[in-house]
Each structure stands twice: as C-alpha cells, then as structure tokens.
Design a protein around this ligand. Structure first.
Ligand code: NDP
Length: 650
C-alpha cells in the first residue's frame, strides 16, 4: 500500500538557562539549522515587566505568570503546524510546568549551563545589558536544575553546541544519504528540494576528504535544513527509526566496507538502500547477510546521471517488497515522472532484480551509444562535418527521438577553437563494468544478446590504440572510398538495429525473470524507462503498449512490419561498409543476429555432429520428436545404426 511521507512529529524545544548563557544565540542557530521558527521568550514580556527589568529589579513569580502562559500558548499554537524553538530562562520547575502545560509529550528541554564566573565575564562584554552581578547571583540562587533536560556545557563553541544538541534531538531526519560524490550530491539536493529532511554523510580522510558534507551543505540553499556529518554514529543517530539509509558509493568493496561500519549502529527493521551500480549477485548475498541481522536491504538501480539524479532519475528498486514499501514514498517523490505524471519508479522484484535490470539498461545503453557512433562513422565517411551530422540527427528526431540522439547532436556541435571538440577526444572508450557484467549474465543465462557484447567489445577494441594504428598501416586499403549509402537507408538501418537491441535486452530480462522466478513486468519496466534514464526514447514509450500484449517483440505485428520495411536498408548499409572497410560493429551485428534468428534450418546440426565426433556429446534427430539423444561412431566406414542415449545431452 502506498504511504504518504509524514513529517517528523512536531516538537517544541525550550532552550533554558540563566541570563547570559547564550540561549538566544544557540536557539537561533539551531532553528536555522533545523529550518524551524525561533522565538525569543524575552520578546513576549509585558511592558510592565520590561520596565521593571530595565530598572534592574527582579521579576516576581506573579510578574512571570502571564508571560509563561503566553509562551505556553505560543508553543501550543506552533505545534499545530511546525516544530519550534523558544528561548526562555525557565529557572524554576514551576515555571517549566506552566510552559509545558498540555504539551508535555511534545516538549524537549535543553539546559545551557556554565559557571557563575564564566557567565559574568560574558555579560561584562555585552553592551547595555541590565544584568548586574547581584541579579546574576539571584538567578543562580533561583535556578532549579532540570532533571529531564539535555545539558549542554557552554564552554563548547556555538557550532559544537548545536551539533551536540542535534545528536539527541527528537526532531530526527527522515532519510539518510551516504557518499556525496556525483550521484549522492544530486540525489541529496533532489530530496531536499522535495521537502524531505535529510542527513548527509561523507567519510573523512585527513587532508584528502575533509568537511565534504559541511561544505556541500553551504553551497546550496535547499540544503539549509539538511544535517551534514562525517562521523558515522552521529549520522545514524540523527535519523528517525526505522532508518532509511541510501548508499551512493562506488560498487564493490566500498559497499561492503560501508555496511560493515554502519551495522553496529543500526537497529532491527532499519533499511539500507544500495543505489549504486552493484552486481546483482552481490546484492542477493548482501540481502541474505543483512536479513540474518534483521536489517532490510534494497538494491536500487538509478539511471539518469548527475542531471537525472537532481531533476528526477528513473529508479529500479528490488528486494523485499515490505521493506521497499518503507522507502517507496521517498523514491517515488524524487523519481522522474512519465507522460501521465506517474513516477518512473516501480518495484521490480525480489533479490537483486533491481540491479539486474539496471545492468541490462546499461547494456542497452552501450548499444544505443555504439549505434550512434556507427552511424557517425558512415556519415563522416560520406564527408559530413560534425555540424552537418548534427543537422541530420535533428531531422531524425520527429521519428526516432531519444535522449542519446539529442545529446549526441549537442555534443557534435560543440567547438573548441576552429575544430569540433569531439575530433580532439582520444578514441579509446572507457567503461565502469556494467556492460561487462551484462555480457557475462547473457552468457550465463544462455541468451544471445549479441549486441551488448558487440558494443562492449567495440569499447575494448578501441583501447588497443597503438595496435590499431599499426594494423591500419598494414591492412587498410589505400584508396578510401565514399560509401554509397543514402541518408534514408542509414536512418532505416539505425532504426532496424535499435529494434534488435531492444528485442535482445528485453528478451534477456524476460529469460532472467523466468530463471530466477522474479515475475518481472516488461511493460512496467519500459514505462519507468520512458523518462529520467539514459535510454529514454519515443520507441521506449511505444514499447510500454507493445509489452502489454506480448513479452516477445518478434511476435508483435508492429515489430514484424518495422523490421520487414527496414531489412533491405540495413543489408545495403552493412554490405557497403564491409566492402569499403568501415567498422560498424553494432550495426553489422544487428543484421547478422537477425539472419541467425530468422533461419529455420541453421548450421547447428553440423556443430552437434562435431561435438558428438570428438566428445560423444550425442545429438537429437529431426525425424524423432521424442527428444531422444543418439551417438554415432563417426570413424566407421560402414554406415552404423546410431545408438540411443537417453534423454540428456552433455
Ligand atoms: P563518485 O566517485 O562521484 O562518488 C563515490 C562516493 O563514494 C564518494 O562520496 C566517495 O567518498 C564514496 N566512497 C568511495 N569509497 C568509499 C568507501 N570505501 N567508504 C566510504 N565512502 C566511499 O561516484 P558516483 O556518484 O558517480 O557513483 C556512485 C554510484 O552510483 C556508483 O555505483 C555508480 O556506478 C552509480 N551510478 C553512477 C552514475 C553516474 O552517472 N555517475 C549513474 C548511475 C549510477 P570520497 O569522496 O571520500 O572518496
């Protein structure tokens, strides 16, 4: 069931102590930090009281009676809508009883204390203060030290006092973020802009990473009420329970290190959300480990990069559904919205399914990027400048728009001096591992997502720069020919390959869903990929409807029609590129895969025969539909009747 985000319970904080302890200064500072109103009790005295005090005469209990009731009324009124801080000396227990009448459960007391000498010296430094030593002594005499107050020693600096107070305040934050790198910072700002009270933590590494959270908070006004930390236990204490803590740290050992450091301070029922690009197998392991400790673990794929994380990413949460429901309102609040205004965040499934689909999202992304790179290769070979290629992409937008097409257009137009910046970039493409994992996953699951592998290996090949330069001198044709490819054919080939890419990506997800029993919903997945994420596109919007009728794109009439219409174009484009030695790894892979998957009788019969020859791996026969396996002694000259080998093959 969907929950709303409830603000933390409202609280009135009375900041008390004798005159001169700094109630107003600390109260105002704390109020600013918590973004709640601050009231100085002295502003609520009657004219008579003010005149009496300014003459240096002490107030009697009778003088204070109406004033204390006025402050109680103020607190009661504030509690209806907000927390607040009220500075008031409240020296006697009886005064405090009036102040908290009927609101005891929502009242917190903070007692600022110091020595007589300390406070006297402070007062002497204040101009125009009416408090004499005698009056101060009378305050110390009157003071009944509260038993239920948080005691703060005024020898601390104001900043230290506020930090001390925050640690034990009942006003807890609602959501915690660990790791203030690119993504953590953007997500923190996104949450704060949506009104969520957050705590932010970044590790302290002396002389390398110092005051990251404090300095970050200072940079953005929306973080005014966010609490910054570089001490982990303090960060944890600042969060309301059950705690919701999102990790935006690098995947791998950093996640385990943070979890290990966090664990001693967590309580049963708290949730850790891993928003990084973690491996889905590790997510399952962490899920099981933390379950044994009573801690929920939710593996969340987040897509959209720095800007998406700030303005609204696409979010793919996986794990225990009940634990997810605790964090659901927060994730939905910060997620991008689809064309109907629904959040691009949806529970994916059990275990590491959230991270699995994010990994495949990245695999699809690798291919979409490589296809655009392939298209640019052809257009460049046709003699187009970067600006002209961008112009062509602009013309494709009405029929083929996508986030990646848009940014590629922008990238292509960027100039540095007389040349386009893209021409100055070293042609060796990096990666952070998700394409690698997606390729491993597709191999492990036995699904032919060949395009992801083609795009990944294209990046790997790019890294062999020196070898490529040397080989180009050895093998490239001397006569460079302009490809005889029309823009229209190239556009159709590009669209064809994108369909194959989406077919393969979703097929891999569907197969994983069946293998791991995740019951994934492809239409819903396509929906949360229609905005916020890197692979958002008009085609993705179309797939939301397509996957409502089938999980197999190749069984859908629109797909069949689109592929039939564009088949001749991709054949022309790829053939021509092969002839003139233009590398287009993903475009060419798309048509090769297509030719394979649409072949009713493949060459795999020969593979089976070869396997049976050298390894006795057996084979099945076309005329026998029982599934029976056979073995043949291939070296005998005489035809031999094959022997049946049960129903399994190795
Ligand atoms: P950054 O490198 O910018 O930030 C990483 C953060 O993790 C830093 O705050 C760093 O702290 C912290 N960190 C690293 N190691 C440790 C450790 N051992 N203990 C505590 N904290 C540690 O990464 P991003 O923000 O780009 O990425 C974070 C995660 O999000 C990654 O898994 C990434 O793959 C994923 N992601 C990134 C996207 C992007 O576009 N950048 C998009 C989608 C997902 P310190 O500053 O002290 O080093």
């Amino acid at each position: 069931m969907k929950q709303a985000i409830h603000p933390s319970k409202h609280t009135v904080i009375f900041m008390m102590g004798v005159s001169g302890v700094g109630k107003s200064t600390i109260g105002a500072l704390l109020a600013k930090q918590l973004e709640v109103p601050f009231f100085d009790g002295d502003d609520y005295h009657s004219k008579a009281n003010i005149s009496k005090m300014s003459k240096g005469a002490p107030l009697t209990d009778l003088d204070r009676h109406d004033w204390l009731h006025a402050l109680n009324a103020l607190a009661t009124q504030q509690l209806k809508t907000n927390s607040c801080i009220i500075a008031c000396s409240a020296l006697k227990e009886s005064y405090r009883t009036i102040l908290e009448t009927a609101i005891e459960a929502s009242t917190k007391w903070i007692f600022l204390h110091g020595t007589f000498q300390q406070i006297k010296e402070r007062l002497q430094h204040r101009n125009h203060h009416f408090m004499t030593s005698d009056l101060l002594q009378s305050q110390f005499d009157t003071l009944e030290i509260p038993q239920n107050a948080l005691q703060i020693d005024i020898h601390l600096s104001p900043k230290e006092m506020v930090t001390e107070i925050q640690k034990s305040l009942p006003i807890k934050t609602q959501f915690g973020l660990i790791g203030l790198g690119v993504m953590g910072k953007s997500l923190s700002r996104n949450l704060a802009q949506k009104g969520v009270r957050i705590s932010m933590y970044n590790r302290h590494v002396t002389e390398v990473e110092e005051d990251i959270a404090i300095n970050f908070k200072k940079e953005f006004k929306e973080l005014a009420s966010a609490l910054p930390f570089d001490v982990l236990p303090d960060f944890v204490k600042s969060l309301e329970t059950p705690r919701k803590i999102m990790l935006m740290v690098n995947s791998g050992s950093a996640i385990d290190a943070v979890i290990e450091n966090l664990l001693p301070f967590l309580s049963q029922g708290d949730s850790i959300i891993d928003g990084g690009n973690s491996n889905y197998n590790k997510t399952k392991e962490r899920f099981d480990f933390l379950k044994s400790k009573g801690i929920h673990f939710i593996g969340v794929g987040v897509s959209g990069g720095e800007e998406g994380a700030l303005k609204g990413p696409s979010i793919m949460p996986g794990g225990d559904i009940k634990a997810y429901q605790q964090v659901q309102p927060f994730l939905e609040l910060i997620a991008a919205k689809d064309k109907n205004g629904a959040p691009c965040c949806s529970y994916i499934g059990n275990e590491g399914s959230g991270h699995f689909v994010k990994m495949i999202h990245n695999g699809i992304e690798y291919v979409e990027m490589q296809l655009l790179a392939d298209v640019c290769t052809v257009l460049k070979a046709k003699g187009n400048t970067s600006d002209q290629i961008a112009d062509i992409f602009e013309q494709w937008k009405p029929t083929t728009n996508s986030y990646l097409l848009e940014i590629t257009s922008t990238i292509l137009r960027k100039k540095e001096g007389d040349d386009w910046l893209v021409n100055k970039i070293m042609d060796t493409a990096g990666n952070k591992g998700t394409g690698n994992w997606a390729t491993i996953a597709t191999a492990e699951l036995g699904v032919p997502s060949t395009l992801i592998a083609s795009a990944l290996f294209a990046r790997y090949t790019s890294f062999y720069k020196a070898e490529r330069v040397a080989a180009s001198k050895q093998f490239n044709s001397e006569n460079i020919t302009v490809p005889k490819i029309s823009i229209e054919d190239l556009h159709n080939a590009y669209q064809f390959a994108r369909i194959i890419n989406h077919y393969q990506g979703f097929k891999l997800i569907q197969e994983a869903s069946e293998h791991f029993k995740w019951a994934l919903n492809l239409s819903e997945l396509a929906r949360i990929w229609t905005n916020g994420c890197i692979i958002r596109s008009d085609y993705m919007i179309e797939l939301v409807t397509t996957f409502k009728t089938t999980n197999n794109l190749f069984a859908h009439k629109n797909t069949i029609q689109a592929l039939k219409t564009r088949k001749s174009a991709i054949k022309k484009v790829v053939s021509e590129c092969v002839l003139i030695e233009l590398p287009i790894p993903s475009l060419s892979n798309a048509i090769h895969f297509f030719n394979n998957i649409t072949t009713a009788n493949s060459s795999a019969n020969l593979i089976q025969a070869q396997r049976d020859y050298f390894g006795a791996h057996t084979y099945q026969r076309k005329e026998d539909d029982t599934g029976q396996f056979y073995h043949t002694d291939w070296k005998l000259n005489e035809p031999e009747k094959p022997t049946a080998h049960g129903n399994t093959s190795n």
